[in-house]
Design a protein around this ligand. Structure first.
Ligand code: BG6
Length: 485
């Protein structure tokens, strides 16, 4: 199957940091279909040779195991082409169409790796140039909108040019191997599903913690904040995977229909519940990995006195028969104590303890990063013959080790899926809008607090687990975050 992959924003960060390394890995693993061309599109004048050199130089910044050697790069570089385009000029789209038509590849993937404010303009131009035939797909990188109205605006334009089956909305968390494993765990095994409900599960915690700060992206981040950057998309997508009903088939729409139902069942926010169930924070100076780091307000390009949140913790519920009354806690933040993304499913304690000593309930930990695996925490008899004391033990599955050679990274997986036309791991427009609908009252409440001179986010020391109020949020239900268990 021949394909042409066009990267709009071909010299931008996303392209050289994530997409090119992922494409190279796919190439190295022999997974990229043959007969492919990768065309980078950007504003400045460059030859193919210049562009290849530009990408080669950038590979120095990629982790060494994923870097090509000379010979590998030379072979990979043959796929790379470059084209100058002014994205506001219809003639440049006509030129692109001609370039693509000359070869007539089986599949064309148009990847919008540009600044999101260009999405609607580019999409309209693609439509006007006739770059929307059925063999053409468009990939939209997040952030898709900054609220419900702007997301709807983008989706309206995208739907006027492409069908839903041609639109691939990326949430790179869905490409992470552990997230696919979550589906496999739930729907490929008979073991967990009978327990996967309110009768057995006490609460679920989704933590997406980063130890890095905002780096040089202060201006972007300040317009975004943790709620839009991580919760509206990544955390909610994970929540849907955990809470969804078993889909009737593995088709993209069967899965996405079930995910949408979860989003529609989330407990809606009111101004009162935002005050009670949402904690926002902003990092102050502190220590991360033994190094002193500045506070958010002292980062470059961050406006003074900013109220932007770099941490959010939320308590919510999925209001249906399976999950009624089970708290779902979501938490994300920059400059936290560790880079640690995981989902913890805390089971209920035994109904009638007969062993002496403290009893920890079972828990299942789905680890996304830094390692990728599963831990099942159980209690076992020590066998020391002293009393009946039980000891915690855990069954650990390290997927990185178990499937080492076959594992593919998130972007590699998603790019291959876009080329192959598999939509399962991409977000449908209605899911995305429903997620905005749910977070919007939180954004509105914060905005009105700010207008009323409110204090804004709570401070937390860089290198900690966020503001103390986040612990109080779960303590109210008699729970603790996983790192304190
Ligand atoms: C991106 C956010 O979507 O995800 C970034 O915009 C964040 O702020 C990143 O750092 C985290 O991704 P990962 O895969 O490193 O956990």
């Amino acid at each position: 199957m021949s394909f042409d992959l066009v990267l709009f924003g071909g010299t931008g960060d996303l392209t050289w940091r994530k997409l090119m390394p992922a494409l190279f890995q796919a190439f190295r693993h022999g997974k990229l279909p043959g007969g492919g061309r990768i065309l980078a599109v950007a504003r400045d004048d460059r030859s193919d040779a210049d562009y290849r050199k530009f990408i080669k130089d950038r590979f120095v910044e990629v982790e060494s195991s994923k870097r090509p050697n000379e010979e590998e790069f030379a072979r990979f570089a043959e796929l790379l082409h470059y084209r100058r385009m002014d994205l506001s000029q219809p003639a440049d789209y006509a030129g692109l169409k001609q370039w693509l038509d000359e070869r007539g590849a089986d599949t064309v993937v148009l990847y919008l790796a540009t600044s999101p404010h260009l999405f609607t303009a580019i999409t309209e131009q693609l439509g006007a140039a006739g770059l929307n035939a059925p063999h053409i797909r468009v990939v939209l990188e997040k952030p898709l909108g900054h609220d419900l109205a702007s997301a709807q605006e983008i989706n309206t334009v995208v739907r006027s040019v492409f069908t839903e089956r041609q639109a691939f909305r990326i949430d790179h968390y869905l490409g992470k191997p552990s997230v696919q494993n979550l589906m496999a765990l739930r729907f490929g095994n008979a073991l967990f599903e009978p327990l996967w409900r309110r009768e057995s599960i006490a609460n679920i915690q989704i933590t997406l913690a980063e130890s890095l700060g905002v780096g040089t992206r202060g201006d972007f981040y300040d317009r975004t904040g943790a709620l839009r950057d991580m919760i509206q998309n990544h955390a909610l997508q994970l929540l849907t995977m955990i809470a969804m009903e078993p889909p009737s088939t593995s088709d993209a729409d069967a899965i996405r229909d079930e995910k949408l139902k979860v989003l529609k069942s989330l407990k809606p926010f009111t101004a009162e519940s935002v005050a009670r169930d949402v904690v926002r924070g902003q990092y102050r100076a502190g220590n991360v990995d033994g190094k002193k780091v500045p506070g958010y307000l002292d980062e470059v390009k961050v406006p003074s006195g900013s109220h932007c949140e770099t941490f959010v913790a939320i308590r919510t519920e999925v209001q249906n028969w399976r999950w009624a009354g089970v708290p779902f806690y979501l938490r994300t933040g920059k400059r936290l104590a560790a880079r640690d993304a995981q989902i913890v499913v805390n089971f209920r304690p035994v109904p009638h303890p007969i062993f002496a000593g403290a009893h920890r309930a079972n828990k299942l930990v789905i680890k996304l990063q830094p390692e990728d695996g599963l831990e099942l925490h159980l209690l076992a008899a020590k066998g020391t013959g002293v009393g009946d004391m039980l000891a915690p033990v855990s069954l650990d599955l390290d997927f990185d080790k178990a499937f080492q050679s076959d594992r593919v990274g998130a972007y590699e997986r998603l790019l291959l899926d876009a080329i192959a036309g598999r939509l399962n791991l991409f977000v449908r427009s209605d899911e995305q809008e429903e997620a905005w609908r749910w977070v919007e009252p939180v954004l509105d409440t914060w905005a009105s607090e700010q207008r009323g001179g409110g204090e804004g986010p709570r401070g937390y020391a860089a290198g900690s687990w966020g503001p103390a109020a986040a612990s109080a949020l779960v303590a109210r239900d008699g729970n603790v975050w996983s790192e304190e268990q």
